[in-house]
Design a protein around this ligand. Structure first.
Ligand code: NAD
Length: 436
């Protein structure tokens, strides 16, 4: 059992802290947001993630998990300090390291036992772990040996706990063998393959992995756009491609493009990282451009169908950037809604979890429905933006029953064309024939 502090109780920090507590470590999670800590102490999760509340309650009860906003209560006793604070995107696309620097200074100010290992979970540009080391050194009040290890995170929101316990690999970046071994030992009960490398490679593995997955998504979306023009069906094309295990089926689902808190910012950051060493990453620049245009392709179909969208009652089904999360950061629904509003449409939206976040973005510029039926009622058109289970499995008869005349713009290819034809619905999707 080790004493661990986790800085940041967002998606990554909270999941990391709770999972390390679950395998027996004594974990204190700290955050600068007092309301989050207040909630967490009462066993309430500030984020939606399947299974998380149960694990928080269980580990609070067993005494393995603590929450505080006072770093001095946790850092001085810790053998490991995980940094899991945000690294948002700056205006120029590069990663903003303000929170990382603050966290490093806080660590330096409170470090007191010898040989604490600082473990960087946040996604940070190549070379940042070296800077973290310097920032901590500059804030120390005495000469205290410590080490900084890169340990990037690969979990996905919506299946974060499962992803943590059944990860494909744990990447540990360190030139110091002893520190790397200590971090590996911390994870040992999870029985996950460990890959050791140097810090720079570990930092780059994270960006390269996200950029590669984003590339797969933009690639299949471009093939979908081509399929529409060539009379091919993207579902069959993607399936046929995926049968080749060199390609694989994962991340070959055409749709509205990628969103969320990671892919958009990490692809932009990697373009900036490359630029910093005089390398123009043209492939990734195109991936980003394709992704920005993808939601507009579906919107153009609505413009072509109706001529003008002025005054059209529009139902948006799903707001979160993907199912099973309340996260709306960079969600395709935002692009869709902003363009629909600019075109004069009247928008109301339904999401089982993310409506609260949407309210912060759109305020009263749109309406929020309490159910799918309410959202569709008397609508001129419906956009499917997130394939939540209840949206994906919604019988098409509900659209027929609720809408004036059902016109669906399905950004997630939830229905078969045969079904849409059977229900005589005007059905537009991605990379497939239009059914009218
Ligand atoms: P988040 O914004 O959800 O959470 C960050 C938390 O850190 C916030 O609660 C904030 O209050 C807290 N914080 C900021 N400064 C602090 C400080 N000095 N001390 C203590 N707490 C502090 O972020 P996230 O989504 O968990 O992402 C964290 C990092 O992990 C980012 O670098 C991100 O790119 C990376 N990452 C995220 C995911 C994901 O799916 N969200 C997956 C892999 C990697």
């Amino acid at each position: 059992m080790s004493r661990v502090t986790v800085m940041g109780t967002g998606y990554v920090g909270l999941i990391t802290g709770v999972c390390l507590a679950e395998i027996g470590h004594s974990v204190t999670c700290i955050d600068i947001a007092p309301e989050k800590i207040e909630q967490l102490r009462r066993g309430i999760s500030p984020i939606f993630e399947p299974g998380l509340t149960d694990l928080i309650e269980e580990n609070l009860r067993s005494g393995n998990l603590w929450f505080t906003n006072k770093p001095e209560e946790a850092i001085p006793q810790s053998e490991f300090i995980f940094i899991a604070v945000g690294t948002p995107q700056r205006e120029d696309g590069s990663a903003d390291l303000t929170y990382i620097q603050q966290a490093a200074k806080t660590i330096g100010a409170h470090l007191s036992i010898l040989n604490t290992v600082i473990v960087t979970k946040s996604t940070v540009p190549v070379g940042t772990n070296g800077k973290i080391e310097e920032w901590i050194k500059d804030s120390l009040h005495a000469t205290i040996p410590f080490d900084v290890v890169s340990n990037p995170e690969f979990l996905r929101e919506g299946s974060a706990i499962q992803d943590t316990f059944q990860a494909d690999r744990i990447v540990i970046g360190s030139e110091n063998e002893e520190s790397a071994q200590r971090v590996a030992a911390l994870y040992e009960p999870m029985n996950i393959p460990i890959f050791n490398t140097n810090r720079e490679s570990a930092e780059l593995i994270k960006y390269a992995s996200n950029a590669f997955l984003a590339t797969k998504i933009s690639f299949i979306n471009e093939i979908a756009n081509l399929s529409e023009k060539l009379g091919a069906d993207i579902s069959d094309v993607a399936y046929g491609m995926g049968l080749d295990h060199r390609i694989g089926t994962a991340f070959l689902k055409a749709g509205l493009g990628y969103g969320g808190s990671c892919f958009p910012k990490d692809t932009n950051a990697l373009v900036q990282i490359a630029g910093g060493v005089d390398h123009r990453f043209e492939l990734l620049e195109s991936v980003i451009k394709v992704n920005q245009q993808q939601p507009l392709k579906l919107l153009n179909k609505a413009v072509q169908h109706f001529g003008s969208l002025q005054g059209k009652e529009t139902a948006i089904l799903g707001l979160a950037f993907k199912p099973n999360t309340d996260d709306m950061r960079e969600a395709a629904s935002i692009t869709l809604i902003e363009h629909l509003l600019a075109a004069g449409a009247k928008v109301r939206a339904y999401d089982p979890i993310a409506a609260g976040h949407a309210q912060k973005i759109f305020g009263d510029r749109i309406e929020y429905s309490g159910s799918i039926e309410e959202c569709l009622h008397q609508a001129d058109m419906a956009f499917i933006a997130t394939e939540w289970e209840e949206i994906k499995l919604l019988p098409l008869s509900i659209y027929q029953k609720q809408m004036k005349h059902p016109v669906i713009f399905d950004g997630r290819n939830c229905y078969s064309l045969a079904e849409a034809e059977r229900h005589q619905i005007d059905y537009y999707s991605i990379g497939r024939k239009t059914s009218t």
